[in-house]
Design a protein around this ligand. Structure first.
Ligand code: NDP
Length: 277
């Protein structure tokens, strides 16, 4: 059988871990495929997506900043991709392109694994971008006890809740006073902002972490030891980084492309090894 093409579309993609753990999955299941990094600037996106229609291509993953734009370039969208308004997986179905969003599933799986009984928690989500949309949709679907969104631009959070048709969630500004009150009242805190890739920035001031219940959980979607996670761990608070979400979303994508069960343990081990190098 000829080698099939597959890849991740984004800008940048040089540091993406997807090629490593997806290639491990294809190799482990004996599917002849090469998973590549497809660096794509916005002007080249239509041509890149059109190139996914050929028979030798499974489809693609899509990452920052193209998840919204790709939704308009495919032939059909899953219900989840429509609701979130973003596509992270394109499946080539005999030349027709179907867009899906597996971030919701990835976050849900990682949260349910790390926090059994999470439906009893009140969840504070910081951020209102693409990743936050998947997180909010996931916790709404789980049916948690309460949801509050804190964002630098609160109007963006309000719009996100309206788009996702999530009722009963509160919106607060990303201000220390408001956060202090919210932190005392919530047992799971999720950083879904892009703050976390820089060591000199923390989305919550360290003194705010002193107010977090040690039986709580701090989640950072960034897949590294962020200052937030390091400081939370030092206070004995439970932590979860973004690697399990990344691998679970990728495993779901693999299943959509191939129709096979994803070798999740192999993918997780490959991602962990790649993160350490
Ligand atoms: P977006 O650009 O869509 O959203 C960024 C968010 O961060 C917005 O809420 C924005 O606030 C906020 N923000 C950015 N800079 C600042 C700042 N200086 N101060 C306060 N708030 C700020 O990004 P994504 O949602 O796509 O990604 C967010 C994070 O999630 C990234 O770190 C990404 O790597 C990670 N991610 C992880 C995944 C995983 O599988 N683990 C999957 C997808 C994403 P505002 O609305 O006010 O601009």
């Amino acid at each position: 059988m000829d080698i099939r093409r597959i890849g991740v579309i984004g800008d940048p993609v040089a540091h993406s871990l997807s090629p490593v753990f997806q290639q491990a999955a294809f190799d482990a299941t004996g599917i002849p495929a090469r998973y590549e990094r497809w660096h794509t600037i916005a002007a080249e996106l239509p041509e890149r997506v059109a190139g996914l229609r050929t028979a030798d291509c499974f489809g693609a993953n899509v990452t920052v900043p193209h998840k919204v734009a790709v939704a308009a370039l495919v032939d059909s969208l899953s219900e989840t991709a429509q609701r979130i308004g973003a596509v992270n997986t394109v499946i080539n179905q005999d030349g027709r392109l179907h867009g899906d969003n597996t971030d919701l599933y990835g976050f849900m799986r990682s949260l349910l694994t790390a926090r059994p009984g999470v439906e009893r928690d009140r969840i504070l989500i910081i951020g209102a971008g693409g990743a936050a949309r998947a997180v909010v949709a996931a916790v709404a679907e789980i049916g948690v006890t309460g949801i509050t969104i804190a964002n630098r631009s609160p109007e963006r959070a309000t719009q996100m809740l309206a788009d996702l048709r999530v009722d009963g969630a509160a919106v607060i500004p990303l201000a220390e006073w408001d956060l202090m009150g919210a932190i005392r009242d919530h047992s799971v805190i999720v950083n879904a902002t892009s703050i976390g890739w820089n060591d000199d920035q923390m989305v919550l001031a360290p003194e705010l972490l002193d107010a977090v219940d040690p039986r709580g959980l701090i989640v950072d979607l960034t897949y590294r030891d962020t200052p937030l996670l390091i400081q939370a761990k030092a206070r004995g608070i439970g932590i979860l980084d973004g690697l399990p979400m990344l691998v679970h979303q990728g495993a779901r994508s693999f299943e959509l492309w191939t129709g096979l069960d994803a070798p999740i343990d192999i993918m997780m081990a490959a991602a962990e090894r790649a993160r350490e190098t």
